[in-house]
Write a protein that binds this ligand. Sequence first.
Ligand code: GUN
Length: 284
Amino acid sequence: MAQVFDGKAVAARVLGTVKAEVEAARARGVTPTLAVVLVGEDPASKIYVGRKRAACQEVGIAARDHLYPQGLGEADLLALIRELNADRGVHGILLQLPLPAGLDEGRVLDAMDPAKDVDGFHPYNLGRLLAGSPTVVPCTPAGVMELLDHYGIELKGMEAVVVGRSRIVGKPLAHLLLARHATVAICHTRTRDLAAHTRRAELLAVAAGRPQVITGEMVRPDAVVIDVGINRLSSGKLVGDVEFDSVSQRASALTPVPGGVGPMTVAMLMRNTLLAATRQAGLA
Ligand code: GUN
């Protein structure tokens, strides 16, 4: 049976450190502040935003809500982003994705001040990551790396396969693994023989956004498997992109859903917000 990585526990440690540093910043007159922007009524997004706000509360970061359940036109959203860019009391902007249909994610992210882009999705920040000198790393990939480091996974020379090529997870995660000297392949919806790739992986990171697409026979014995997916089945059950039962029979380690990568993402957002605040206030 695979070791189950405890994302909740590792995230709690990170949050403890962030909390102490937020207190230190506040003692110096700086309250790290995150603007939380949610457009539309995507049920999963509402849950994620709720978790992020709760984490802010826990570590002492001020959260300012900009919630538009009825939707918001692109011009108005761009105007809001510009207003938040100019507001010196706001250090970080969380624009929860996906945006409702009709809003161009790329255009809105482009409008964000890269210094306040605590998700690390702005092309400037993604470019710095690619260049090997990141200033802010997207939260989910950063959380995956933190988890791997916590459990002492030696990445140098490792055969790593990332399933998924999103801006949010797959692409940045592949680059982070590459920067740590793993040999990285990226698979996606057009990959001809997914299992042929996944079976070679010593580290398999799955961010496909499809429930339980990775099954036990697709996994190399003793692989470390990171499940980034969160999917709700019609039965109401929450599952990852990895079939937990069969994969846990073969893998050496596996992240659960829930309680794996999810809490790490939230913890990394808190760390990124703290860093943005200390940089903007000249404390870092
Ligand atoms: N949607 C799914 N994951 C994320 C994330 O990490 N940040 C934001 N802003 N939206 C997301």
